[in-house]
Design a protein around this ligand. Structure first.
Ligand SMILES: Cc1ncc(COP(=O)(O)O)c(C=O)c1O
Length: 372
């Protein structure tokens, strides 16, 4: 008899998959670091100094597990958002919450709808729990609410996912379009509204949603505008019955004290948030200018990154990305056509964007030469 793990049939059937290879892994493979880290949509401007001080102070208490109920953070979010604690669950980033949500709702063979080329970590969780993914194309580089709803209706989907604003294109819909989407949901379909980038979006992007509305769950994070990607803190707002169910599956001690303290302090520092928003807006403008100077088309963005249309196919954009990496500039790109004609550049510090500005024309020339 052979020894070894006796995997479930589902696990045996899954291909090995990593939704995103991390920049550190890429650096190890390259043998040297990047000089401009512009690929992971992190906030290069960092967390609020108040958040850093709170995390430093909490570090000495790390011998204790975190508060399994994230009580203080939940209370602060509750008063900030005007919802009750029963409407909130805190998790290890949106990524962790998505995993738990899929675990709660998707059995093998259940259908889930998303857009072709949208945020892949959601798909990773769906596949990991045996769900069947149905995808609809983007329309004009934006996720297409009508097509998503139509597919949900046709397939009887348990979940329909939309990120607003969207990753990887950076585009967005106004609140009324999302509100209409909620109204149009077929019975039994839950809208998963991923608002990871909402702090960067214009006013009027986030719809008013009754927190008791059982048709939708909204997901937010401290990873982007609050600059705490490495702390892994996100939260979901939804109807109490759904929120309570997370307690059946979540990792109750998954959040560290340091992360909880950092997030709590970040939430209180409004002026840092405004500063970051302003810096991101300047960086977006600069990325667009750098791109335009090279003849590339920047897409409008309500996020902390800009998608740049390289003017060719996916193969060309992939070569541009590789040539930028050769010049120590880390960016990413959408995975599928027609989105993959773009590269995606995160808002950087002025120094990082100087490096990008210097590297882009050379990378483009090299990428085009290799095409000929
Ligand atoms: C649309 C979207 N959702 C979720 C995440 C991940 O968020 P978190 O760091 O909270 O897991 C990202 C990160 O890039 C994202 O782009």
């Amino acid at each position: 008899m052979t020894h070894g793990p006796r995997f479930t049939p589902l696990i045996v059937s899954l291909p090995a998959a990593v939704p995103f290879v991390g920049p550190e892994a890429l650096e190890r493979a390259r043998g040297h670091p990047f000089r401009a880290r512009l690929g992971a949509n992190e906030s290069v401007f960092g967390p609020s100094p108040r958040s850093v001080a709170a995390m430093r102070e909490a570090a000495g208490e790390t011998w204790k597990y975190g508060d399994s109920e994230s009580f203080e953070l939940k209370a602060a979010l509750s008063s900030r958002l005007g919802v009750g604690p029963q409407h909130l669950t805190i998790g290890e980033g949106i990524d962790g919450l998505l995993g738990n949500l899929v675990r709660l709702t998707v059995a093998p063979g259940d259908t889930v709808v998303t857009s072709l080329g949208a945020y892949p970590t959601f798909n990773y969780h769906v596949t990991g729990f045996g769900g069947d993914l149905v995808t609809v194309p983007y329309a004009d580089d934006r996720e297409d609410p009508d097509a998503l709803i139509a597919a949900a209706r046709e397939t009887g989907a348990k979940l329909v996912y939309i990120a607003n604003p969207d990753n990887p294109m950076g585009t967005w819909h106004g609140a009324e379009r999302i509100a209409a989407m909620i109204e149009a949901l077929p019975e039994g379909t839950l809208l998963v509204l991923d608002e990871a980038y909402i702090e960067f979006a214009p006013n009027g992007t986030a719809p008013e949603i009754d927190p008791d509305d059982a048709r939708v769950i909204r997901l937010r994070t401290f990873s982007k505008a609050h600059g705490l990607a490495g702390a892994r803190v996100g939260y979901a707002v939804g109807a109490p019955e759904l929120i309570a169910a997370f307690d059946k599956v979540r990792n109750h001690f998954g959040l560290s004290r340091v992360s909880q303290a950092g997030a709590l302090a970040a939430l209180a520092d409004e002026s840092w948030l405004s500063e970051v928003r302003a810096k991101v807006s300047v960086a977006r403008g600069r990325i667009a200018e750098i791109a335009a100077a090279c003849g590339l088309k920047p897409l409008p963005s309500a996020t902390n990154f800009v998608a740049l249309d390289c003017g060719g196919d996916g193969a060309l954009a992939r070569r541009v990305l590789a040539e930028l990496a050769e010049r120590d500039v880390f960016v990413r790109m959408p995975g599928v056509a027609p989105l993959d004609r773009c590269i995606r550049v995160s808002a950087g510090t002025p120094v990082m964007l100087d490096l990008f500005e210097a590297a882009l024309p050379k990378a483009l020339a090299a990428a085009r030469e290799k095409q000929d």
